[in-house]
Write a protein that binds this ligand. Sequence first.
Ligand SMILES: Nc1nc2c(ncn2[C@@H]2O[C@H](COP(=O)(O)OP(=O)(O)OP(=O)(O)O)[C@@H](O)[C@H]2O)c(=O)[nH]1
Ligand SMILES: [Mg+2]
Length: 233
Amino acid sequence: MAIEICIPAYNEERIIAESAGAVLRVLQKTGEDVAVIVADNDSTDGTASAAKGIPGVSVLSIPIRGKGAAVAAAARHSGADFFGFIDADLSADPEDILNLLPLVEKSGFDIAIGSRLIETTMVKRGAFRTLSSKAFNILRKMIVGVRSVEDTQCGLKIMNARGRKILAGCTEKGWFLDMEFLARAERAGLSIKEVPVHWNEHRFEDRKSKLVLLRDSVGALRAMFRIRNVISK
Ligand SMILES: Nc1nc2c(ncn2[C@@H]2O[C@H](COP(=O)(O)OP(=O)(O)OP(=O)(O)O)[C@@H](O)[C@H]2O)c(=O)[nH]1
Ligand SMILES: [Mg+2]
């Protein structure tokens, strides 16, 4: 059985080798045929070369910017039985992959997603960030739907081949791929299981956040309406 985890990476030269290695070590505990794919899009630093050369890790270069473009391209490229993705900063603990995998491998769910909003004791996150995430979530439920899911945006998701096909057809280039994916999956009747994960936004101390709150809030609203249009077609 083949399991593949994609790490989308943009200018993550300082942490990518360590995080790809950490994800790979967790995957190897399954004893299955495992691989880590670093999906690098046009990083201007040495992300690709830092990730190359680790056995079990390969680099997929995508000429389009955005986490969404990277993850969807990796899903199209993959032939694995089980596919997933995790953010390079390992805010979601990679050990949690082992809690999500059996849900799609054995319990019959199509998709298992990490969540920061159903068990907050496992989450190390700034108060402001938590508050904006909750507000975002209320709006998202109103505009896009997917009401059975609390946290669409957590950077850890695992799926079977049916889920991967849906992911491969998603068009959101940036952060909102996750939301589009779940909205499309729900529409197609796939089953989604949301599981609390250990979340620590500060695992790599000198990594700077890429979030710009005002710019990204406006972008979020526009994306929600875009996704609503796409899924209602
Ligand atoms: N491939 C690709 N990955 C990206 C791009 N932008 C961000 N990423 C990756 O997407 C993942 C999530 O990005 P983060 O910067 O952690 O996003 P976030 O968690 O919302 O915000 P911060 O952690 O505060 O920066 C990381 O692995 C990034 O390297 C991009 O343009 N292309
Ligand atoms: Mg992050």
